[in-house]
Design a protein around this ligand. Structure first.
Ligand SMILES: [Zn+2]
Length: 372
């Protein structure tokens, strides 16, 4: 069956050369031999039968497109189906008229780029798209305030514009898929990506697939309540969310609060506008207040990760976002508390750093385009 499959793939590439004069291989002695053996219509029928038998009907194209729509720009990537990034570019997110121009702009830009790269759209298997809001697995979007979208199906709309299959997911979930495919989660089957940026985002992948949930709320770990004593409200109007302690703005808030509550000498007092990086840098130099703020982050995040372990027991946690640049000190403090709160097993999920940075979204979106 293996040899048959290889032959079928080879034959598929050959068929494309004949039809469009592009991609997938070069004409050689063997292809010429096949050319002699079978006239055109026979080749077509044989190829169809082979595709059906080997279930490779939709996997014989060479490229996929990953799209990551953000509030200010849309990142796009043209990939080979093996996941090699061929070309990366960006367009401005036009949010005027409730974001009604966004998909047309993407379509125009994709077509222009394919033309530049001399790749026909027929050789693109599909596109995936990450959006900054909840998305159902059928592509339906109830509301996406960051883009102005309401009750629409951007997957269906872009698919009609480009004439290729399009899949849509929440950007954090899509980024998680990217890290699983080509980044820090490589080799894992079930993985949770936690991004520590301005807020705390997360995406859950189970058995290689995004877990979107019924309303797209799955993986909103940033708004898990970790401190019921908290008096200050989170952006979501709840109190004591993980995001209030473990995001870049959260750790600054915690450190400022500690500085105001005591007279302890601290290097942090020397900064006009404190950043998460300043706190981690000072913690590395054993500044007491900075270390306390880092410990607080580790405690709340580690405890949340333990709860996630008791829920889905992932192979790997991948930590991304700007705060993850702190590196080893962050991993150490997360591991310390994560291990403290996980029980019942001596083994637990591995904690790793993300490796794809801002490209995780386009990688994950491209992976979606491959379908199941
Ligand atoms: Zn919240």
């Amino acid at each position: 069956m293996g040899a048959f499959f290889i032959w079928a793939n080879f034959y598929g590439s050959y068929y494309r050369i004949q039809k469009w004069g592009i991609g997938g291989g070069t004409k050689n002695k063997n292809t010429k031999r096949y050319e002699k053996c079978f006239p055109y219509w026979e080749k077509y029928i044989i190829l169809k039968i082979v595709k059906k038998l080997t279930n490779t009907e939709d996997t014989m194209k060479d490229y996929i497109i990953g799209i990551d729509i953000g509030g200010t720009s849309v990142k796009l990537g043209l990939f080979t189906i093996e996941g090699e990034l061929v070309h990366k570019w960006e367009v401005v997110t036009d949010k005027s008229n409730n974001g009604s121009n966004i998909l047309n702009d993407i379509c125009k830009s994709v077509k222009e780029t394919l033309e530049e790269q001399q790749i026909p759209i027929d050789n693109v298997q599909g596109a995936g798209m990450g959006i900054p809001g909840p998305a159902r697995s059928d592509g339906y979007v109830e509301t996406c305030p960051n883009l102005g979208w309401r009750n629409c199906n951007p997957a269906k709309e872009l698919s009609e514009l480009l004439q290729i299959p399009v899949f849509v997911g929440n950007d954090a979930n899509v980024a998680a898929l990217g890290e699983l495919w080509k980044g820090g989660g490589k080799g894992a089957d079930t993985m949770v990506l936690i991004t520590l940026g301005t807020g705390v985002g997360s995406g859950i992948i189970m058995n290689g697939e995004i877990v979107a949930g019924n309303r797209g709320l799955s993986g909103e770990l940033g708004h898990v309540t970790v401190n019921i004593e908290e008096k200050e409200a989170c952006n979501c109007n709840n109190y004591g969310c993980l995001e209030q302690y473990a995001s870049a703005t959260g750790i600054v808030r915690v450190a400022n609060r500690m500085l105001n509550a005591s007279q302890k000498p601290s290097k942090l007092r020397e900064f006009d506008t404190l950043t998460a990086k300043d706190i981690f840098d000072c913690a590395k130099e054993y500044d007491e207040v900075a270390m306390e703020a880092v410990e607080k982050l580790g405690e709340y995040l580690g405890r949340t990760m333990a709860s996630v372990t008791f829920t889905i027991d992932p192979d790997v946690f991948v930590i991304g976002g700007g705060v993850s640049k702190a590196g080893e000190i962050l991993l150490n403090v997360i591991n310390k508390y994560y291990k403290r709160y996980v029980c019942l097993s001596s083994q637990m999920g591995e904690v790793r750093l993300a490796t794809l940075g801002n490209d995780a979204g386009i990688y994950g979106a491209a992976k979606m385009a491959l379908g199941k």
